[in-house]
Design a protein around this ligand. Structure first.
Ligand code: SAM
Length: 198
């Protein structure tokens, strides 16, 4: 087994491949800020990154991490639910959105992402992506969250319009204990496929 091949590795490789300097990015679940930091490093001094979390502990951690790393990016960390991210960005203007579901590492496990709010935020996020934009989702099965949230998200993703978005799901097929799942979504640039047939 390759050392380091985990869900975060897949998500970060995906972001590194696609996020360019100057990008407008959203971290929908800031947590300890590791994904926000990567987005800032990729977007650079001409980019902009918004990060959301509902826990002050996460907001403080993320701001501290960005300060410690002296990121030059315009970055804003909001104590705010990701279901309101559409108040901060116009439709089809965002280059990359990251979701890392579950609870705050090293934090209070009674606060975690919830099925309905996660579904609402993913839908809003898909609408905010510009053509050519990407979304990364890291999904977990866990003691506190159970199976409902991840199963509902995977079911919803099957219904996303295939003419506008490409959804790729990676699972660790031979790992035990319901391993995490990495989902990579592209908002396609090409004209809707049906028009190509006319
Ligand atoms: C697994 S952690 C994120 C890890 C983070 N990306 C990192 O790099 O450290 C999930 C986070 O989602 C946050 N969260 C839960 N519900 C949320 C919501 N409705 N809006 C925004 N963040 C939420 C939790 O407070 C928690 O900090």
């Amino acid at each position: 087994m390759s050392v380091g091949l985990n869900t975060r590795y897949i998500a970060h490789r995906f972001l590194k491949e696609h996020v360019q300097p100057g990008a407008f990015c959203i971290d929908a679940t800031a947590g300890r800020g590791r994904d926000t930091l990567l987005l800032c490093q990729l977007a650079g001094e001409t980019g902009k990154v918004l990060a959301f979390d509902i826990q002050i502990d996460a907001v403080v951690s993320t701001r501290k991490l960005l300060e410690e790393n002296s990121v030059p990016t315009k970055s804003y960390v909001f104590l705010e639910s990701h279901t309101n991210m559409d108040l901060y960005a116009e439709p089809q203007t965002v280059d990359a959105i990251v979701f890392n579901f579950g609870w705050l590492p090293g934090g209070d496990h009674t606060f975690h992402t919830e099925t309905q709010t996660s579904l609402d935020a993913i839908q809003k996020g898909l609408n905010l992506l510009k053509p050519g934009g990407i979304m990364s989702l890291s999904l977990y099965y866990g003691k506190e969250t159970g199976f409902a949230e991840t199963d509902a998200i995977l079911k919803y993703l099957e219904t996303v319009d295939h003419q506008e978005y490409t959804v790729v799901t990676s699972s660790f097929t031979n790992r035990p204990n319901c391993p995490p799942i990495a989902v990579c979504i592209f908002r396609d640039i090409i004209t809707p496929r049906e028009e190509n047939y006319i």
